[in-house]
Design a protein around this ligand. Sequence first.
Ligand code: MF3
Ligand code: CO
Length: 248
Amino acid sequence: MIVCKSAAEIEKMRQSGRVTRQVLTETAQLVRPGVTTLELDRFVERRLQEFGAQPAFKGYRGYPNCLCTSVNDEIVHGIPSHRRLREGDIVGLDLGVVIDGYYSDAALTVPVGEISESLKKLLQVTKESVALAIEEARLGHRVGDLSAAIQRHVERHGFSVVRDLCGHGIGRQLHEEPQVPNFGRPGHGPALKEGMVVAIEAMVNAGDYAMRVADDHWTALTVDGSYSAHFEDVVAVTRNGPEILTRI
Ligand code: MF3
Ligand code: CO
């Protein structure tokens, strides 16, 4: 069942999304060679307390931290650790927040120091693919229009979309219906209705799309060792078009 949100609920999700984006932006500014991913998680935990916001991921199915930190060939769900980021790495930062019972969820992938031109392209294309999907989040369109927009853009640039994980509805729960895959056919899937809110999250591998889960039971990695990028925003379908809720 897809739960549509009232204007009052969307306002709460806007507040939640604003905090997620603010803390994520501040955290991204701390990324540099030598910093550990656990230091980033500790910063997030402190900032969320200051905002009076609950972390959405900590304790979710036993996930141990506030932030997911996914480095290089890690696609998503990397667990913060004493690993030090190094010049030339890329790190995905994924954060979920609950305020007044409403969830928000956003991610971005940031360079550590100087990165190669090909990695810059991977980050840029992944980010662009989310923006293209957001543009499709309109009344009269279907979930497949969002999915196809991501897949088309990514594959045009020679990258691949992860098949095993997808975006999702969001609201009073972190994961609601509908699922929003990063591949699909235009005109297929559930119709978009006023008040639907979805987390669109592109997970893009530089190489093959095949994914495996590490021994920690969380970290999703590319099978071929190629690097992977992740960008995510929460978007409401309104009569005035798409509204991004995870913006400052
Ligand atoms: N953005 C991810 C998702 O929607 C992050 C979830 S991490 C978890 O699945 F720990 F909460 F699972
Ligand atoms: Co998500």
